[in-house]
Structures are given as C-alpha cells and as structure tokens.
Design a protein around this ligand. Structure first.
Ligand SMILES: NC(=O)c1ccc[n+]([C@@H]2O[C@H](COP(=O)([O-])OP(=O)(O)OC[C@H]3O[C@@H](n4cnc5c(N)ncnc54)[C@H](O)[C@@H]3O)[C@@H](O)[C@H]2O)c1
Length: 317
C-alpha cells in the first residue's frame, strides 16, 4: 500500500479532481491513456505487471518495471500518480488496484481496463494453455477490476454519495469481426463487449457508465505483425498510429463530460472515431408453427438473400 499523497493545489483540466486507474499502463496504449489523463488533471494509478508480449517473463511487482517509468514521467510533468504492480486477472490484484486508489488518493472515479497479451495460433494448433492464458488476462482481467470497482461504487451509492463513475473496457476489431489466427483473443474480446453491455445495464443505478473501445495503434503488440500498417511517419507527417491518438476518446469517456453515454462500443485509431453498431434482428419469418429441417433451410436461404452481408473477418481470404 502507498501512503496517502499530501494535499495539493487545485487541479485544472477535463479530469481535474478525478482519480483514474489504468491497467497495463506501463506500455503502449495504457501508457498513453495514463499520460493523457494526467495531462487533464487526473491523479492516476498506473498498473502493470511488466510481462513479456506473450504474458511470460519477469513479474516486476510494486518495485519498478514499466509502471514505475510511467509514474516518474507523470510526476516529472507535474502530475500525481502511483504504481500498482499486481496481476489484474487475480482477485487480489483487482482488489488491491481499487485499494491503491483509495489509499493513495481517497477515491476512484474511472477504471480503464486495458492490460493484456497475445498468443496467436491457428485453431488446430492452439493449445489449451494458450486459450486459458489469453482468455484469463483479457476477460477475467476485465471482470475482476470491474467487479471490485463496482462494489466500491455501490457502497458509495448506498452511503448517499452516488458517484460519477466511468469504466472504459478494451475490446478489439478481432472481437467485433473475428481475426484469423486469434481464436482465443477474438473470443475474449467479443466477451468483453457483452460484459460491457451487461455492466452498463446493471451499474447505471450506481452512477457508473461503462463503454468499450476497439483501438488500433503501434505498440509492441502490433508493430511486428502489422509492420506495414503501423509504420512510423515520415518527417513532419501526422503519426497516425501513435497510441496517443486513441487516448483523447478514452479521457473524454472517463470524464464527467460523457454523461449519458453508456453501453456503447467505439473504434478509435489515428484521427478517426467510429460508433460500432452491433447485433440486431435482421430479416425474419415467423410461421407460427414448427418447420421441417428442409423448410427451415428454405426460409434461411430466402432471409439471407435480404440480409446485410457480415463484415470480413480480419485476415480472411
Ligand atoms: N495495439 C493495438 O493496435 C490494439 C488493437 C486492438 C486491441 N488492443 C488492446 O489494447 C490493450 C493494450 O494493448 P497494447 O497494444 O498497448 O499492448 P502492450 O503489450 O504494449 O501493453 C500491454 C501491457 O499490459 C501489461 N499486462 C499484461 N498482462 C497483465 C496483467 N495480468 N496485469 C497487469 N498488466 C498486465 C503488459 O505488461 C503490458 O505493459 C490490450 O487489451 C490489447 O488487446 C490493442
């Protein structure tokens, strides 16, 4: 646990007086989000376990690692931040993430679930361990911090202090459209969208808005696989794939200004923000009686002729 920070001068910015916890904030998108929140006056809990791109490697804990470097960067720029080095896919790590915000800053207003890693394989080569590790870090790693933060906000509401709380979850185009070679990751990221919808519906009564983001940016997760798309810009050009281009939407969603926006999914990359529109009933036929299998097939063929074509799965021919 960290000692409470000394009182500071009034803060300015869209998130002045807000306390924000960002998971996986030692690198890539999470780091950019943490810096962007701090630049808008938020006090930030910078979580990162400091693992390798496949989730292995040295766990750096509270003493250092990439989370410490981001905290140092925020403090050097005049902001306030603390390290949390726990594994957010464990109950202990998720509970201590919330406790760190409360101990250090006395409150928690916004949770950004972002931590994760990849173990890409075609389905026939995908080991159970690679399935479990990726589903665990993304899906469980979203559920547990969300659950512990929500329990805190429910308690606040019951004590007569309904918060203006925000959660931003991190999905992916892989979870929205599918992605060849990423069955484990796509399934987890699709699950995060469903979790977001349920959380938005359940937690509104406690003052909590919950939205999801499908980002794209140049990080260690993407710079090798999508080298061409993630290429750095030429001299003086807009660095379209910089992670910092995604963060302004996250900061706005994490602020009080996003009042009324909940249960939504956004794509964000470069200079573009897109509202993603999800599953809804398309062409339908209710005969009011059971069909034979052959009749069901005939109905399906007719309905599909009128239905919108699905988006292309990433990497599919
Ligand atoms: N980069 C993209 O284009 C892209 C696209 C779609 C979705 N995403 C998602 O955005 C998020 C951030 O990805 P990134 O590209 O910045 O990757 P990254 O590898 O640069 O950063 C992820 C961070 O999460 C940390 N982490 C991993 N497991 C953890 C755990 N159990 N507890 C705490 N921290 C842990 C890692 O140490 C790492 O610093 C991920 O959820 C990723 O799936 C990224």
């Amino acid at each position: 646990m960290t000692a409470p920070a000394a009182p500071t001068a009034p803060r300015a910015g869209l998130c002045a007086d807000r306390v924000v916890a960002v998971t996986g904030a030692g690198r890539g998108l999470g780091r950019a989000h943490a810096l962007a929140f701090a630049a808008e006056g938020a006090r930030v809990v910078v979580n990162d376990l400091g693992v390798a791109p496949d989730g292995g490697g040295i766990h750096t804990g509270d003493s250092g690692g990439p989370a410490r470097a981001v905290v140092d960067e925020i403090v050097a720029a005049g902001g306030e931040a603390v390290v949390h080095g726990g594994d957010i896919a464990t109950a202990e790590g998720a509970a201590s993430l919330v406790a760190t915000a409360l101990d250090a800053f006395g409150r928690l207003d916004t949770l950004v679930n972002n931590a994760g890693f990849l173990r890409d394989r075609m389905l026939v080569n995908l080991d159970e361990d690679d399935w479990d590790a990726v589903v665990r870090v993304h899906l469980r790693g979203h559920f547990l911090p969300l659950k512990h933060a929500a329990a805190h906000w429910r308690a606040e509401t019951k004590a007569g202090r309904t918060p203006v709380a925000r959660v931003i979850n991190t999905s992916s185009g892989a979870g929205l459209l599918g992605s060849v070679g990423q069955g484990n990751y796509a399934a987890a990221k699709a699950g995060i969208v469903a979790l977001t919808l349920v959380a938005a519906a359940e937690l509104g009564r406690y003052g909590v808005h919950v939205n999801a983001l499908a980002p794209a940016a140049r990080t260690r997760m993407t710079e090798l696989t999508f080298a061409e798309a993630m290429a750095a810009p030429g001299e003086g050009e807009f660095d379209a794939m910089a992670p910092a281009n995604v963060s302004p939407l996250v900061v706005w969603l994490g602020s009080a200004a996003s009042d009324g926006v909940t249960g939504r999914v956004f794509e964000a990359e470069a200079g573009r923000i897109t509202v993603m529109e999800g599953w809804r009933p398309g062409p339908t036929d209710d005969r009011g009686a059971r069909r034979s299998p052959a009749e069901a097939g005939e109905t399906v063929r007719r309905l599909l002729a009128d239905a919108e074509k699905p988006g292309r799965v990433y990497g599919a021919p």
